[in-house]
Design a protein around this ligand. Sequence first.
Ligand code: LLP
Length: 443
Amino acid sequence: MSAFDPAVFSTTSRFELDHLTIGGVSASDLAEQFGTPLFVVDEADFKSRAFSWKSALEESFGEKSGSVYYAAKSFLAKEIARWVDGVGIGIDVCTGGELAVAIAVNFPASRIEMHGNNKSEAEIRSAIEYGVRTIVVDSFFEIERVARIAKELVKVQKVLIRVTPGVEAHTHEFISTAHEDVKFGFSLASGAAWDAISAIHGESSLELIGLHSHIGSQIFKSEGFAAAAQKLITLLARYRDTYGKELPELDLGGGYGIAYLPGEVTLNPLMIMNELAQIVKDECAQSGLSLPTISIEPGRAIVGPSTTTLYTVGTTKDVELDGGTSRKYVSVDGGMSDNIRPALYGAEYLAIVANRLPLGPTANSRVVGKHCESGDIIIREIALSADVQPGDLLAVPATGAYGYSMASNYNHLPRPAVIAVIDGSARLIVRREQIADLLALEI
Ligand code: LLP
């Protein structure tokens, strides 16, 4: 398997002659013009992935296809929100901050869904004021708050209930969200989800339109989604039996897995949507329910593969290991502040030398950042060219999801710039943070 696997590098990245180009722009030119570390988002790739989820949903569910809500938590900037709007899909925001970005670009309120397990009164108020289509309620306190604020604003707010279906998603514990012992949602097994239905019915300023579940993230098998869908449909049937009418919508959340390493695969939108459609249709038919409108919330699967991080190598160091072997530590100018995923989830990434064609043998290497912490590792083990040296550029693909969005200022490192590349040109979409930005916060 070549390190330069097109499944890992986004579609418009190429190794041309002796250097990497992304969106038709040479990585070396990008580094020179914008500096490093640098998040490079391939605009065409992002849009085509967003579009492929939209068309897969439509093809699989036909007139019962609801919205694809791009999960803003994976990465959001104003320009990203404009692209999402341009593709005609919706956006899932889970804080007032994410909502503020959507509002800043006049994102249509009719395509916004508001999430969060602890939305503040101010967040709820600004969502209802702006007129977001749905609020996904997550606790009994929140049902009361949303109802009260909607009443004050003389509005009837559409809500979905976030249901915890008790499904074990086969992914890292910290990104698995639908087993019983989690902070999210109303448990199906305990009866809390059913009680939430009654609580919402008691509020004249709320309109219950359906159920939601999100089982976790970076999931590859359809079984987890299928099990969750089955459980939700059982609840829809109970609702119909009790209330004599059907809830019209089901939101199956996000979590579709992507390739990070050569040999891995990114879930194919049409394949997974077809599988889900089959399951949902069969289950509804068995329960005698009409097919609800289906929505989904992919984040990682849209932005993850579209983005590459460029780093400059600052130092290298050969460290002797037990048994007479050695490891080459390759230190780059970013690290856990722009990609916490390896430290937090043991996530694995690939790196390639992007400024030249590395020749000769490889060395057992570890790519590390510049933070004062031994766990500041981007790639624990990789065979990188033995001649990697200070000044070389490393490209780490598939960093678009939860890279910048989870970035920090650990060790007072300013956050990187984000640029968009398309058709041979590059432009800044989020400027590089400066030390002055950090100092400006201080009183
Ligand atoms: N919908 C809801 C309600 C969610 O909580 C999430 C992710 C998504 C959609 C989008 O999931 P995606 O399609 O991006 O997998 N920081 C972790 C991932 C946390 C995911 C949180 N919720 C990571 O870096 O892997």
